[in-house]
Design a protein around this ligand. Structure first.
Ligand code: AR6
Length: 186
């Protein structure tokens, strides 16, 4: 049982420390870049563990839907390959300081669009990493505020069939920062 401090929105959102690639959920979310062709951080870990089927599906998306790359804030879905998760939802977080003050809006869009895609595919459980807070430099305290507001608004709308959202942090310090700065209702 997760600690009560780590459970929000009537149990639909839980925080945990762990490796995103271990999560046995309907979909894990990849903090990708617009090429969709892999990178470091979570992206590298997902492709390493999930195997070549994920990259092949991403290449197909580039050939068809997004030949110029996936824009920041948008999301697409592929197989989970050999991951314990059935699917990967790839989204592109904002690079902090590179979007003329639209960073918060774009980070919120990543979470909203990933959830919308999960819903459109009949998925019920989803696990997110702390998008943009690694290589893309988004300050973790600000991200906690933006992400908790976006999830609160989306999930309290009453139309989402997603009933399990895991926010997975790589270490305890990142999780503690989120707990200190979130804006979930009490
Ligand atoms: N499980 C959970 N969290 C992780 C894991 C993991 N296996 N690995 C890293 N983190 P990042 P970004 C945390 O850099 O900032 C890639 O090259 C990490 O500590 O993966 O959105 C892409 O291709 C951090 O808190 O994503 C893009 O080019 C968070 O996940 C670029 O990085 C996100 O860190 C995207 O940068």
């Amino acid at each position: 049982m997760p600690h009560a401090e780590h459970v929000f929105l009537d149990g639909r959102v839980t925080l945990q420390v762990g490796d995103l690639t271990d999560q046995a959920v309907d979909a894990v979310v990849n903090a990708a870049n617009s090429s969709l062709l892999g990178g470091g951080g979570v992206d590298g870990a997902i492709h390493r563990r999930g195997g070549p089927a994920i990259l092949e599906a991403c290449r197909e998306i580039r050939r068809t839907a997004w030949p110029d790359g996936l824009p920041t804030g948008q999301a697409v879905i592929t197989t989970g390959g050999r991951l314990p998760a059935r699917h990967v939802i790839h989204t592109v977080g904002p690079i902090y300081g590179r979007h003329g003050g639209r960073e918060a809006e774009l980070l919120g869009a990543c979470y909203r669009n990933a959830l919308a895609l999960a819903e459109a595919n009949g998925l019920r459980s989803i696990a997110f990493p702390a998008i943009s807070t690694g290589i893309y430099g988004y300050p973790a305290d600000q991200a906690a505020h933006v992400v908790s507001l976006a999830l609160s608004r989306h999930l309290s709308g009453g139309t989402s069939a997603v009933d399990e959202v895991r926010l997975v942090f790589f270490d305890r310090r990142q999780l503690a920062s989120f707990v200190a700065h979130h804006a979930f209702p009490a």
